[in-house]
Design a protein around this ligand. Structure first.
Ligand SMILES: Cc1cc2nc3c(=O)[nH]c(=O)nc-3n(C[C@H](O)[C@H](O)[C@H](O)COP(=O)(O)O)c2cc1C
Length: 172
C-alpha cells in the first residue's frame, strides 16, 4: 500500500517561500540555443542535469511560459551552452522574452548547426528524445550528439538569485 500523501492531505505551499529555499541549491547556468528557419533562438536555463550515460542523455526543464522553447523543440538539434564565469550579461540577455537576443553575440555553429556561444565553459549538441509534464514546466530529455569543453574556464554559478563563481575550498 502506498504511503504517499494524496493531494487532499498535502499542505498548501507558499510559492514565494518555496522558491526562496530552492534558491539555496546552487547550480550552473546554461543558454539553450537552436537555429530554426535561419533564425537563432535561445533562452537562459538553470534546470539542466546529467541524466544517463547509456544511452547518453541530459535533461532540462523549460517553463510552459517560455516563448522560445516551442520553436527550439522543433529543431533537429539544439545546443546547451554552459556559461563561464563573467558571462552573467549573456545569462541576463537570454533571460528576456522576445527581442533580438543574438544581436552582437558571437557564436559558431556546431556540426549540425546549433549555435555554440563564444567563451562558454562547455556545450552539448543534442536532439530531443522525449518531453514529460512537469507541472508549470516541461521535462525535456535530450540525446547527446556532440560536446566540448574549455577546461581552462571557470563556470558561472547561480545561488539565491545572484551570480557567483567557484570558491577554492582550500581558501577556507
Ligand atoms: C539564472 C536563470 C535561470 C533560469 N532558468 C530557467 C529554467 O530552468 N527554465 C526556464 O524555462 N526558464 C528559466 N529562466 C527564465 C527564462 O530564461 C526566461 O523566462 C526567459 O524570458 C525565457 O525566454 P523565452 O520566453 O524567449 O523562452 C532562467 C532565468 C535565469 C536568469
Amino acid at each position: 500500500m502506498s504511503t504517499r500523501l494524496d493531494n487532499s492531505t498535502r499542505p498548501v505551499v507558499d510559492t514565494r517561500a518555496f522558491r526562496d529555499v530552492l534558491g539555496h541549491f546552487c547550480s550552473g547556468v546554461t543558454v539553450v540555443t537552436a537555429m530554426v528557419d535561419d533564425d537563432a533562438v535561445g533562452f537562459t536555463c538553470q534546470s539542466f542535469s546529467a541524466l544517463s550515460l547509456n544511452p547518453p542523455q541530459v535533461l532540462l526543464c523549460p517553463s510552459k511560459r517560455s516563448t522560445s522553447w516551442p520553436t527550439i523543440r522543433t529543431a533537429d538539434t539544439f545546443c546547451i551552452n554552459v556559461l563561464a564565469a563573467g558571462q552573467c550579461d549573456l545569462s541576463d540577455r537570454f533571460a528576456k522574452s522576445g527581442g533580438p537576443k543574438f544581436d552582437g553575440v558571437q557564436w559558431r555553429p556546431a556540426k549540425r548547426g546549433a549555435p555554440i556561444l563564444n567563451g562558454v565553459a562547455a556545450w552539448f549538441e543534442v536532439a530531443l528524445d522525449a518531453e514529460h509534464d512537469g507541472g508549470d514546466h516541461l521535462i525535456a530529455v535530450a540525446g547527446m550528439l556532440a560536446f566540448g569543453a574549455d577546461s581552462a574556464t571557470q563556470p558561472l554559478v547561480f545561488h539565491r538569485s545572484r551570480y557567483g563563481g567557484i570558491v577554492d575550498p582550500s581558501m577556507g
